[in-house]
Design a protein around this ligand. Structure first.
Ligand SMILES: [Fe+2]
Length: 333
């Protein structure tokens, strides 16, 4: 049995300004927080001061929305320097962004736009990831995007494209289960096949979030609780990437901290029920998961350079009295 099997799932929340006062007053039992990097880059004042206080007590991950790794614009070196400076300030678990492009000719659309999944694009993005990693001096973590269309030129399935990026560059993956659900519904794909095709050993974190279903299409809105089909898909995904930290994104119509926290804690029930979820794996996927888990010592995630970091960091920061994980482990196992 690996060390990760002895830990409860690490459940995190996005750090939002609306909750600053509550967090500083109560130091809630949250395993870790994720920030939107751009909200704290190049900024001083209260937000940065609060972040530094919180980073002293909780592990933090940095999640970006403007790297634009898929753009044909040159990489924004000023942006990367600011990103690195923030990382030096708060020592994050990792730095992530999305497989997308966000603008061209210096303009930022503030949207995460899909890339054509071609050999040419694979080479282009791989080169840029290597440059980013060299600058940041750490692996980049890439998230699967939510998409509403696909390019006719695409010649590689998205999970294969992500796998090839990890093989070409050594980057890690952030598996957003809601994005898989949204993308697969909108593009008529099978979400379980998508997840099964991902290189589980490269996934270091999961996202879950709410969406809006419009009948003919789904919009990734992050404005409510997680939909039941996404929880079920999360339970399936846990079979493949067991042990990775999980974070609930909630960015619009943000509720009270207590409501937000209660929603992510639901993940425990789905993880506890994963023996039932295992029955839902079809034979091929189950065999693959089993083979993977044997290879990796019962855990399908051997990224020793990243995933255990969250456990070590949580335990280290627990010493300051913020979190009491042993009690949680007792609850979950
Ligand atoms: Fe996400």
């Amino acid at each position: 049995m690996s060390n990760l099997d002895n830990h409860a799932p690490r459940l995190g929340l996005g750090l939002r300004q609306a909750h600053f006062t509550h967090i500083l007053a109560n130091w809630p039992e949250v395993d870790w927080f994720e920030i939107i990097s751009e909200n704290f880059m190049r900024s001083g004042g209260r937000a940065h001061h609060v972040l530094q206080q919180i980073a002293e007590r909780y592990p933090i991950s940095m999640h970006g929305v403007s790297l634009s790794i898929g753009s044909t614009d040159p990489l924004d070196l000023e942006y990367l320097h600011a990103l690195k400076q923030l990382a030096m300030d708060i020592d994050p678990l990792w730095i992530s962004d999305h497989l997308c492009w966000t603008g061209i000719l210096g303009a930022n659309t503030h949207d995460l736009l899909p890339v054509p999944l071609t050999e040419q694009c694979l080479k282009h993005i791989s080169t840029r990831i290597r440059t980013v990693q060299d600058m940041l001096e750490r692996p980049l973590i890439l998230e699967n995007p939510a998409s509403y269309l696909s390019f006719g030129q695409s010649e590689i399935a998205e999970p294969d494209f992500l796998r090839l990026l990890t093989e070409e560059t050594g980057c890690g993956l952030l598996l957003d289960v809601n994005n898989v659900y949204v993308t697969c519904f909108n593009n008529d794909l099978d979400p379980k096949q998508y997840i099964a095709a991902l290189p589980a050993q490269r996934v270091v974190q999961m996202h879950i979030s709410g969406h809006r279903h419009h009948g003919t299409h789904i919009i990734d809105t992050h404005d409510g609780p997680v939909a039941e089909p996404v929880w079920e898909l999360f339970q399936y995904a846990w079979q493949h990437v067991r042990g990775v930290p999980v974070l609930l994104e909630w960015d619009n119509d943000i509720p009270s901290f207590e409501v937000y926290h209660a929603e992510v804690l639901k993940a425990r029930a789905y993880i506890c029920g994963d023996t039932l979820a295992g029955q839902a794996l079809d034979g091929q996927h189950a065999a693959r998961a089993l083979e993977q888990s044997r290879h990796d010592g019962c855990v399908s995630n051997p990224l020793s350079f990243m995933v255990p970091d969250v456990y070590a960091a949580v335990d280290r920061k627990a010493d300051v009295g913020v979190t009491r994980h042993n009690a949680r482990v007792g609850e979950i196992v």
